[in-house]
Design a protein around this ligand. Structure first.
Ligand SMILES: Nc1ncnc2c1ncn2[C@@H]1O[C@H](COP(=O)(O)OP(=O)(O)OP(=O)(O)O)[C@@H](O)[C@H]1O
Ligand SMILES: [Mg+2]
Length: 371
């Protein structure tokens, strides 16, 4: 039997070398309970110009987030203060990725997470009990099952709360006292039931603005967070870079020995960009699809196309495959968008195929898959 690896590593494992090199060379001011200074956290997320030498090795700090650098600085500073950080935005804008990177760099742990759903209960946010032990030995600390919030307070690390607005508002509100007083009361434990948060504790929430049935967050809870909006990528060049970087990482993790095709990445990046913005680089007005044309989705369409080329083809990206995967991605959200994609091909891609030829021509010819 051949050995298999983990499908995905937590950020603190995936970037262990980078984090160690940054820690060893960190001379910036460090908030209590933090593994790195805000400056080093910033470098971890935005990358460094020069590699850092550590243990006789030159360690390159990769750029992981592309977009608004000032946003990253504000997020880091918020976390050093006494309010939580709430990342809001469209799907696929890297909210989850950012919260993982921040937690890995600040606390060395990105896995202390509550996943918000309609079924999230107060127990899941605060603590619950091991009932067998509770019945046997009464309410003692060992019988308490801590939640990720409890663990965050106890260890002085960040607790991530994913998709917080999917949980009912009154359940979200159990966070209020913890965020304002930094103390959690476990009445069952009597005098020993007060858990005071250690320094380094904070909460990063993420919330998707497109979620249907999003419960309104109470204003009392809103005041305990600084809100930051994570915008979609606005430049084709950056979007292409993200696609290339992410699919190369995926390919490497999955043993797919194939270079990511730059021209094909450019074609896909400009398609996503133009459909999202509603205007082409040549000035055509485009009827925007209602589906979210997210960068995350572009990455997945490209990777899917790469896998087809690797397993069935000759390791060359096929535009036919790419268009079919694009259709899949758009139709799963709203099949009424298909005519809009078709008209985009009949105008913008047609013009590009005539002007640029080559790959654009193949892309245009693949319009036969648009139904
Ligand atoms: N600005 C960006 N910089 C780097 N990568 C990005 C950027 N935007 C999107 N991505 C890519 O998109 C992926 C998806 O991001 P992520 O899952 O964090 O999105 P999200 O905002 O949490 O989405 P959702 O609201 O659906 O949960 C990232 O892992 C990354 O590959
Ligand atoms: Mg997310």
């Amino acid at each position: 039997m051949s050995e298999t690896k983990m499908m995905r590593l937590p950020m603190e494992e995936a970037y262990k070398d980078e984090l160690e090199a940054l820690a060893a060379n960190d001379s910036g001011r460090r908030p209590a309970g933090w593994k790195l200074s805000p400056k080093a956290v910033r470098t971890f997320i935005l990358g460094s110009r020069e590699p850092i030498s550590h243990n006789g090795k030159q360690v390159e700090i990769h750029k992981k987030y592309f977009g608004n650098d000032a946003l990253i600085e504000r997020c880091i500073v918020t976390l050093a203060g006494n309010r939580g950080l709430m990342l809001v935005g469209e799907p696929g804008t890297a909210k989850t990725m950012l919260s993982e990177l921040l937690s890995a760099a600040i606390s060395g742990n990105s896995m202390n997470t509550i996943q918000g759903t309609a079924g999230t209960t107060e127990d899941m946010i605060k603590y619950s009990w091991n009932y067998a032990m509770l019945l046997d030995r009464g309410p003692i600390r060992e019988a308490l099952v801590p939640s990720p919030l409890f663990v965050g307070m106890e260890q002085g690390i960040i607790t991530r709360f994913e998709e917080i607005t999917r949980t009912p508002a009154q359940i979200q509100d159990s966070l209020i006292s913890v965020l304002s007083d930094k103390v959690l009361n476990v009445p069952e434990l009597g005098a020993e039931g007060l858990l005071f948060a250690r320094q380094g504790f904070n909460v990063i929430g993420t919330a998707n603005t497109r979620d249907k049935g999003v419960n309104e967050m109470s204003s009392a809870l809103k005041r305990r967070f600084n809100f930051e909006t994570v915008e979609p990528v606005r430049e084709v060049r950056m979007e292409k870079q993200i696609i290339l970087q992410e699919v190369s990482k995926l390919a490497m993790e999955n043993g797919i020995e194939m270079e990511a095709d730059e021209t094909a990445a450019e074609v896909l990046a400009s398609t996503y960009h133009e459909l999202r913005e509603g205007v082409s680089s040549m000035g055509h007005q485009i009827d925007k699809p209602s589906a979210v044309m997210s960068t995350a989705e572009a990455v997945s369409v490209f990777y899917q196309t790469m896998m087809s080329a690797y397993y069935y083809g000759d390791s060359k990206i096929s535009m036919d495959d790419m268009v079919q995967n694009l259709v899949g991605a758009v139709v799963k959200e709203n099949k009424d968008d298909l005519p809009k994609i078709r008209s985009y091909f009949q105008t913008v891609i047609k013009d590009k195929s005539q002007k640029e030829g080559d790959v654009w021509k193949a892309y245009y010819e693949a319009k036969k898959y648009l139904g």
